[in-house]
Design a protein around this ligand. Sequence first.
Ligand SMILES: NC(=O)c1ccc[n+]([C@@H]2O[C@H](COP(=O)([O-])OP(=O)(O)OC[C@H]3O[C@@H](n4cnc5c(N)ncnc54)[C@H](OP(=O)(O)O)[C@@H]3O)[C@@H](O)[C@H]2O)c1
Length: 354
Amino acid sequence: MTFRVIQWATGNVGRQGIEGILAHPELELAGCWVHSEAKVGRDAGELCGLPTAGVAASDDVDALVALDADCVLYSPVMAKPEEVVRLLRSGKNVVTPLDWFFPAASEGTTALEEACREGGATLHGTGIHPGGITERFPLMISAMSRDVRHVRAEEFSDIRTYATEFVVREMMMFGKSPDEAARSPMTGLLGHGFKQSIQMVATALDMKLDAEIVTEHESAVATQAIDTPVGTIDPGTIAAQRFGWIGTVGGEPAVTVRTNWFMGEENLEPAWTFGPEGERFEVEIEGTPSIKTVFHGLHPPNLQQIDPNNGIIATAMHCVNAIPSACRAEPGIKTYLDLPMATGKAAKALRGGA
Ligand SMILES: NC(=O)c1ccc[n+]([C@@H]2O[C@H](COP(=O)([O-])OP(=O)(O)OC[C@H]3O[C@@H](n4cnc5c(N)ncnc54)[C@H](OP(=O)(O)O)[C@@H]3O)[C@@H](O)[C@H]2O)c1
């Protein structure tokens, strides 16, 4: 049996989503929504630099909602909850790296839960950060410890490898003045997904977190102009940032998620570095025993190979590989705690293919 999938948007994640869907033995590309007018009518495979896939890109939401498909890989730059409600209500499962990793019960989730029930569909949020690094891997390795006292997931990334202007400049606030960033609602919004990860880890480990998750934000400014794929970062504007979101118990850190996002390691004030291990993701459990895992390979090998970016491929693939279990799940918002473990699939030659 194959599941018919619509790819929603063809940005960095979306293009990798299409390549992943086309390579997956249980999936078939059924449709492709695009935001850009210039992409309408073009073949979805060609938009990704691949052979023709036989699916024309469309910006007609009504037609795509009416299309016979099992799932949508939803990766536009910003989520429109009302659009997700329509897709779920039409019976399409939705897998997305944007939100709903472990959503708190609220008015928004009630409408989504109702849409899931109405359409018999599942909504699943996954990715790498938030996602696998902040939730799945900490919980997996925690199973080998007793008396877990602290969980940490931390990213160390050179953001010159992320070529998406809106996300990097407007959401991550690179190139803004420190004052502007401090006033920006984005500091709060950025934590939305990471805080859900903290809640999921705490719930699974049976931790009773304090009511508020603490947010920390430090920045370093450029000491001279820094060239990046999203344009020049001017001197005096933000060129490196550390965000921390910390779930506490009795005021003491219990679950920490941190990002170290730098536009390179030079020309920063204060001077910050990633240390000798370079770009990586770390997941650490303090317990008995304490366990630390370090993930390399989720960053591009160098600044020339950023498209595709390994982290983006991993984000898209974590979504793609979750589609079969999301399609088989009972209706509702489902997290890692609800779905069976998703795995990748072997290369075609190893599956007995030609
Ligand atoms: N959880 C994780 O680990 C993780 C990791 C990476 C990214 N993400 C999230 O995934 C999302 C997509 O990231 P990306 O790197 O693929 O972004 P991107 O390259 O900027 O692509 C986003 C796409 O959104 C569409 N778009 C542009 N303006 C739009 C608008 N005003 N309304 C609706 N759609 C619009 C465009 O689609 P078309 O090209 O089709 O016209 C664009 O290519 C972001 O929200 C990002 O934060 C999550």
